[in-house]
Design a protein around this ligand. Structure first.
Ligand code: CP
Length: 312
């Protein structure tokens, strides 16, 4: 996170949102409470004079679309910047690109990048606020916030919940942000997957490790299913996709003993790889609730950052 700290109850004082690591329970709850107030609320003009630019050098469906919807619902101008056809391809650095766009009047950058930690050294060098929309295998804070929001909405609390995160933990920025957020709010987290997809010493993040999904699901309030990020795997870390599904795929049969366990997935879903279709579309799934809640959570993030800039 950027160096600024937030202090008073219900007050957000950070310029940027780069990750959930280091955020207090109070800061996270401030965002979740703000999101609750935005959910179903009419559009506003709170950010009417602001410009939000999107710098995405990796694909996105949900994050980019819902951030754009959030910005529109707050009355902001959205800059249709395409990283893929920009001078980034001519060797211009991300920092120089941001400084040039900032000179044109951009107030907010929403950035997705393939490099873990790319935003930390940049955040202090630009006046605009930066929101991390996913950096490598590092963090994806707004995804975790909408996961937390959905869990809190459905279960009434986060503290004391038992949450299993199953899948490609090694490459998952969603897993890392979820672990930071869930632990900060007092949930108990188990990460589950083959040993090749679990980072060494992940227990230091305050989680348990399991290689047996059915055992991990015992007493679980929710399971967050992650896809295999084959595009980030430099070597074969699973014997085959069908072997993976056999051992770690969330099937109706595997879920049947646990009817109160919510099923989350950040998307994109690979049906028949990490989750069966009848589970993804079944009664325990809150996957589309997560997507819907993403708009309110992103409205909350932009709005709170704006207040911290003294312009709210
Ligand atoms: N969950 C998520 O980040 O989805 P997108 O890659 O489609 O944005």
């Amino acid at each position: 996170m950027a160096k600024e700290t937030s202090s008073a109850q219900g007050v957000w004082a950070r310029k940027d949102l780069l990750g959930l690591e280091g955020l207090s329970a109070q800061e996270i709850e401030t965002i979740l409470d703000a999101a609750a107030s935005f959910k179903g609320a009419p559009v506003s003009d709170a950010l009417a004079s602001r410009t939000v630019a999107f710098l995405f050098s990796e694909p996105s469906t949900r994050t980019r679309s819902s951030f754009e919807m959030a910005a529109h619902r707050l009355g902001a101008h959205v800059l249709g910047f395409s990283a893929a056809s920009s001078s980034l391809l001519k060797g211009e650095s991300l920092l120089d690109t941001m400084k040039n766009l900032e000179a044109m009047g951009v107030d907010y950058f929403v950035v997705r990048h393939e490099t873990s930690g790319v935003l930390e050294p940049i955040a202090g060098l630009v006046r605009a606020s930066i929101v991390n929309a996913g950096d490598g295998a590092h963090e994806h804070p707004t995804q975790a916030l909408l996961d937390l929001f959905t869990l809190r909405e459905r279960k009434g609390r986060i503290k004391g919940l038992r949450v299993v995160i199953v899948g490609d933990i090694l490459h998952s920025r969603v897993a890392r942000s979820n672990i930071h957020g869930l632990r900060a709010l007092g949930a108990r987290v188990t990460v589950c997957g083959p040993a090749t997809l679990i980072p060494r010493q992940i227990e230091r993040m305050g989680v348990r490790v399991s290689h047996d999904l059915s055992a991990a699901l015992e007493d679980a309030d929710a399971v967050n299913v992650l896809r295999l990020q084959l595009e980030r795997q430099k070597q074969n870390l699973v014997t085959s996709v069908s072997d993976y599904f056999q051992s770690f795929g969330l099937t109706a049969e595997r879920l049947k003993p646990f009817p109160d366990c919510l099923v989350l997935h950040p998307g994109p879903i690979n049906r028949g790889v990490e989750i069966a279709s009848d589970v993804a579309d079944g009664p325990q799934s809150v996957i589309l609730d997560q997507v819907a809640n993403g708009v309110a959570v992103r409205m909350a993030v932009l709005s709170l950052l704006d207040q911290a800039r003294g312009r709210g």
